[in-house]
Design a protein around this ligand. Structure first.
Ligand code: NAG
Length: 200
């Protein structure tokens, strides 16, 4: 009985995630094929210096026509996709934590994690806001703020995933999703650092 309601919730979580990621992926590109190929190559090369290059490329390739070959837009887009993923995951977790059949222990873990995740959403949002304000005159200061916030977001996500029980099915799935967000954040930080070093 408990197993089947847990299974049910898991399906619910996965379906919602699939819907959210579909909604996030609908920015198609209509540029000429050779240009898009060059833009994708730029993303692939830049991603190769991150810790999770495959995830990096997979999450950014669909934004190639927007990023083109700009390190700044690449860093900005990587923050965008990370924020979108963190937001949709926390929305799903919130629903899940209110659904019947959750054990009190699981609800507690979920709520603690949600708090951390919501801090990380704020930090990513602030960083994205600052990306739009970068000028030659404030470059170093602004980049340093962004680096601080994105590092804080990464710490919050790690705290969040570490607090999860690894021995329940729900715990495992949600934890894996948070770990993925942390990997995307780590990649964003690497792309931000390499953009910062261009002028440093
Ligand atoms: C980041 O997201 C904002 C808001 O959705 C959008 O206007 C902007 O074009 C995006 N930038 C990149 C580089 O993806």
């Amino acid at each position: 009985m408990e197993g089947s309601s847990s299974n049910h919730m898991l399906k619910y979580f996965l379906i919602l995630l699939a819907i959210f990621s579909y909604l996030n992926s609908s920015s198609a590109s209509r540029h000429c094929p050779s240009k898009i190929a060059a833009d994708r190559r730029f993303i692939k090369t830049s991603c190769s210096s991150t810790t999770y290059p495959t995830l990096c490329y997979k999450s950014l390739a669909r934004h190639a026509s927007l990023i083109q070959t700009s390190p700044k837009l690449l860093a900005h887009a990587s923050l965008n996709v990370t924020l979108a993923m963190a937001k949709s995951t926390s929305a799903v977790m919130l629903k899940m934590s209110k659904s019947p059949g959750m054990k009190p222990r699981e609800v507690d873990a979920m709520q603690d994690c949600l708090e951390e995740l919501s801090d990380s959403v704020d930090e990513l949002r602030k960083s994205i806001g600052e990306m739009g304000l970068i000028k030659a005159s404030n470059f170093e200061l602004t980049m340093s703020d962004i680096q601080t916030w994105v590092s804080a977001a990464l710490t919050d996500e790690t705290t969040c995933s570490d607090g999860f029980e690894k021995n329940t099915v729900n715990g495992k799935v949600v934890r894996a999703q948070i770990v993925k967000i942390a990997h995307m954040t780590s990649n964003a930080l690497a792309l931000i650092n390499s953009y910062a070093s261009l002028r440093g």
